[in-house]
Every structure is written in C-alpha cells, then in structure tokens.
Design a protein around this ligand. Structure first.
Ligand SMILES: Nc1ncnc2c1ncn2[C@@H]1O[C@H](COP(=O)(O)OP(=O)(O)OP(=O)(O)O)[C@@H](O)[C@H]1O
Ligand SMILES: [Mg+2]
Length: 286
C-alpha cells in the first residue's frame, strides 16, 4: 500500500481491462433464505429474492427500502461475510465466495464499531497496525485522516467521551484509511440527529469527490439517498426485490444543505417517495 504522500493510481485503472465496462460489482439473481434449506419451509425466512444490478467504477448507489427488506443481507453477501442461497456476485470480475473478503472492499457497519479501549488515533490506525505498516508512516496517515474527519484535538480521546457523530467519523476513517476502492456502507449515520447527519453527508461528499470510490450506501432515509447518490435502487418490502432504479442527476459537487432547497430535489423526492410509501404500507400490512 502506498503512503499518503505518494501519488495514487487511478481507481478506474485498477479494474482489470477484461471486466466489461469496468463493472466493479455485478449482482445476478441474488437470493437469500435464512433457516434450514429443504422441502420443509417452516422456519425459513426468504429475505432477498432474485436481485440483480451492476455498479460501474466510481458510481455511488443508494440501496433504499423499508426495515427488514434485506438491505444488510445484500451488503453482507457482497462483502463475502455470509453465503447466498442463489445467484452470483462478482467483484472486479471475480466470483465472491463467503468467508473470502476481497481486499479492495471496505465495510462501514450499521452500528459504530469503534473500540472503547483505544484512543481516536489508535482506532483509526487499527487496520494499518494489523497490516504491520511502520509506525512513522502509520502516524502520518492517521494524522491526515484526523484532519479530514475534523477530529483535530481529539487524537488521544477515548470513544466514551465523544459524541455519536464523532464516533461515527472515527468508524468511517478507520475504514477509509485502508484506501478501499469499493465501499459498502450500512446506514452508517442512521443513529444521528438531522444536523449531525447533514454534517456527515458533507464530509463524506468531500472525501468521495476526491477519491471516487465505488459505493453502495444502504439507508431507509430518502433525503440521505438523494443527497449522496447517483442512483437509488429501491427495494420492495421483504423479501427484497428490486422495485425501481432511479437515476439521480443532481450536479456535483453537491452541497448537502443547499441541494434540499432546489425544485429538482423536491420533484425527485416526491417521485421516489410515492414508490417508497407503497413499500412502507406493505410492511405495515404484514
Ligand atoms: N441471521 C439471520 N437469521 C435469520 N433471519 C435473519 C438473519 N438476518 C436477517 N434475517 C431476516 O432477514 C430479513 C432481512 O434482514 P436485514 O437485516 O437484511 O434487513 P434490513 O433491510 O437491513 O433492515 P433494517 O433497515 O432494519 O436494518 C429480516 O426479516 C430478518 O429478520
Ligand atoms: Mg440493516
């Protein structure tokens, strides 16, 4: 891995030429049923049903749907954390197998997963420590990330003394410091208040503008999806199926606050909201 000071290779160039249209993620008829497989379907939970989509290099896609529709399950299968029950996933042209996490993939979990016993700096530097990156390089890269996350002055603080938003920034930076080309994010800001969430959106947008990672961002918050994504893939209520795939053509760079004042944002919100509302109603009727 290169140090922060060295010029980085373009992320697009890192996708093998043989991969069609530089597709980073290919999901084909992906299904997941929890519980024991077999003729007896009692106790089986169909969570995801034949979901297919592709992500090209640098695309920022939001996976949107009501609670329990299988969003985390889809992300966990793409990350190679759990096996699927049907279909296929490819990352950079290679089939994903459960238990074999790809090195180019970073995951920010649904709950912040900082270590309570490590300081901010040692949380952010954790992955580099495990990799055996020399101390001087590690410290330089951690200092850089702390600056980017607006956490200067809190290097030696323990997570318990931080706000929820600060902890979530530590979590985010701990993943980003490993320079993942593909970023899977599972409602990383779900527990934050509106103002802190908007601040996180601004930070994430600024970081992403610079690196242009390929991102799948799971959320059930439509405003968040519209603020961040190039595309919103809307899932139906459980079992999750793709209901609609919306292009979000708002110009970039985006201002998380000003964007919401535009007529285009309002029109797009109404369009997706109608479809999402139908799924909320379906969940309620279950
Ligand atoms: N390990 C498991 N064993 C059995 N059922 C599970 C397991 N994990 C998830 N499920 C079920 O699969 C369905 C989808 O769960 P998942 O966590 O993917 O939903 P989600 O869309 O991420 O919801 P939320 O927005 O609340 O996080 C749910 O009905 C859930 O109960
Ligand atoms: Mg979830």
């Amino acid at each position: 891995m290169s140090s922060a000071a060295e010029p980085k290779p373009s992320l697009a160039a890192s996708v093998p030429e043989s991969v069609p249209e530089r597709r980073r993620i290919e999901v084909r008829a992906l299904s997941k049923t929890f519980g024991k497989p077999g003729a007896n379907t009692a106790g089986q939970v169909p969570a995801v049903d034949r979901v297919s989509f592709d992500l090209r290099q640098g695309e920022f896609v939001a996976l949107l749907g009501p609670s329990g529709c299988g969003k985390s399950t889809i992300l966990n299968m793409i990350a190679g954390l759990i096996p699927h029950s049907g279909g296929e996933i490819r990352v950079d042209g290679e089939v994903v197998e459960a238990g074999k996490v790809k090195p180019q993939v970073g995951y920010v979990f649904q709950r912040d997963t900082v270590f309570a016993w490590r300081t901010v700096a040692r949380n952010i530097g954790y992955g580099l420590e495990i990799k055996g990156v020399p101390k001087a390089e590690r410290e330089a890269r951690v200092a850089h990330m702390i600056g980017q996350a607006r956490l200067k002055g809190f290097e030696n603080a323990f997570p318990l003394t931080l706000s929820g938003g600060m902890r979530q920034r530590v979590s985010l930076m701990r993943t980003l410091i490993m320079e993942p080309q593909i970023l899977l994010m599972d409602e990383p800001f779900g527990a934050l208040d509106t103002h802190t969430k908007l601040e996180m959106h601004q930070i994430l947008l600024e970081l992403w503008e610079r690196e242009r990672q390929t991102v799948i961002f799971v959320t059930h918050d439509l405003s968040e999806a519209l603020t961040l994504a190039d595309r919103i893939i809307l899932l139906s209520a459980r079992p999750g199926r793709i209901k609609q795939d919306f292009a979000i053509p708002f110009p970039r760079p985006r201002d998380a606050i000003k964007l919401r004042e535009t007529a285009e944002y309002g029109a797009m919100f109404a369009k997706v909201w109608h479809s999402l509302g139908e799924e909320f109603a379906a969940t309620k009727a279950e």
